[in-house]
Design a protein around this ligand. Structure first.
Ligand code: XMP
Length: 323
């Protein structure tokens, strides 16, 4: 019968058999799946695993610290953190189009991750032959079966390595559903902030700023988002709400009044949705008093925001994210 403990024991044994005395790499995204996959592999092979976290500067408040400090404290994993935030900001400068932003973020992410992989390959030690991925059962069903290997191409500026390195995939979550992954993560001692985290897009806050992405705008949105999350959690709404994107309309300004002065600031959009699988969604009928608290706090505490608006569109026709 299925128990969290038996799944862990079974996977630990399978991972040890697969990896042997070679080494493995795992990319951490800050999300549940990669964190639980990494924790399982860490339990199985310890220091033969190196985790890589690319900090693209588009994470929410506290999320990078959760990976750098709390994940490492809970698992004892080797973690290589690459601070690439300047690189991402430079690549995104002047770009407002959503698809272009997504392409740039995806491209830069792969480049930075591959560079980190090559650095790990150059370290002394056993051969690095495996790449850990947090693929879940529904991912496999949707894509019609896994691929089994991943290629990495070396870059011109790194000498002495083969042109094309093939990793074998380690996918310890491929029989599990999301709720089971959370139980495994909890059993492995991962912090609740990681295990219970709601879905968050790979391109991060980069696609929650309508307009150009800048450092100042990211800092502003991070503050507004942190307030909304704090109030939703305090109100006990985390399980009712699938996710609640907080969006900055950076190119929109409206007139407001504060103290004895006129303001001309930006609106923040709250997008709380209820959903089973993100394919369809409805806007969450949230208590007015919670909305009021979020609105009051954001307009008082976040400079340059003088209006909070609520998105009352279902999906379809709206998507969950604004970009
Ligand atoms: P939409 O906006 O299409 O979002 O209704 C559906 C779900 O997917 C998430 N999302 C992403 N997740 N990378 C991800 O890992 C992405 O590029 C991405 N874009 C959207 C979104 O947050 C929602 O849960």
């Amino acid at each position: 019968s299925w128990t969290t403990g038996s799944v862990i024991d079974e996977q630990v044994e399978a991972i040890r058999a697969q990896v042997g005395d070679k080494r493995a790499i795992c990319g951490l995204s800050g999300g549940v799946d990669s964190a639980v996959a990494a924790a399982l592999v860490q339990k199985a092979i310890g220091s033969q695993l190196t985790c890589v976290y690319v900090d693209h500067g588009l994470m929410r408040k506290g999320e990078t610290e959760q990976v750098e400090k709390d994940f490492v404290a809970a698992t004892g994993a080797n973690l290589k953190v690459v601070d690439a935030s300047e690189r991402f900001l430079t690549a995104l400068a002047g770009v407002s189009d959503p698809e272009t932003k997504r392409k740039i973020i995806g491209r830069e992410f792969i480049r930075v991750f591959e560079q980190a992989q090559l650095e790990i390959l150059q370290e002394d030690g056993p051969e690095v032959a495996f790449l850990v991925q947090g693929t879940l059962y529904p991912d496999i069903v949707e894509s019609g079966g896994g691929t089994g290997t991943a290629n990495i191409k070396s870059h011109h500026n790194v000498g002495g390595l083969p042109d094309d390195i093939e990793f074998e995939l380690v996918e310890p979550l491929r029989q599990l559903f999301k709720d089971e992954v959370r139980m495994v993560g909890q059993e492995l001692g991962l912090p609740a902030e990681i295990v219970q985290r709601q879905p968050f897009p790979g391109p991060g806050l980069g696609i929650r700023i309508v307009g150009e992405v800048t450092k100042d705008r990211l800092d502003l949105l991070r503050e507004a988002d942190a307030i909304a999350r704090e109030e939703l959690t305090a109100a006990g709404l985390d399980s009712e709400i699938w996710q609640c994107p907080v969006v900055l309309l950076a190119d929109v300004r409206s007139v407001g009044v504060q103290g004895d002065g006129r303001t001309y600031g930006h609106p923040i959009v709250l997008r709380p949705v209820s959903s089973e699988d993100a394919m369809t969604a409805d806007w969450t009928r949230m208590p007015y008093d919670v909305l009021a608290r979020i609105s009051t706090r954001i307009t008082n505490e976040v400079a340059d925001v003088n209006r909070v608006v609520l998105d009352v569109t279902s999906k379809p026709p709206g998507t969950i994210e604004w970009e």
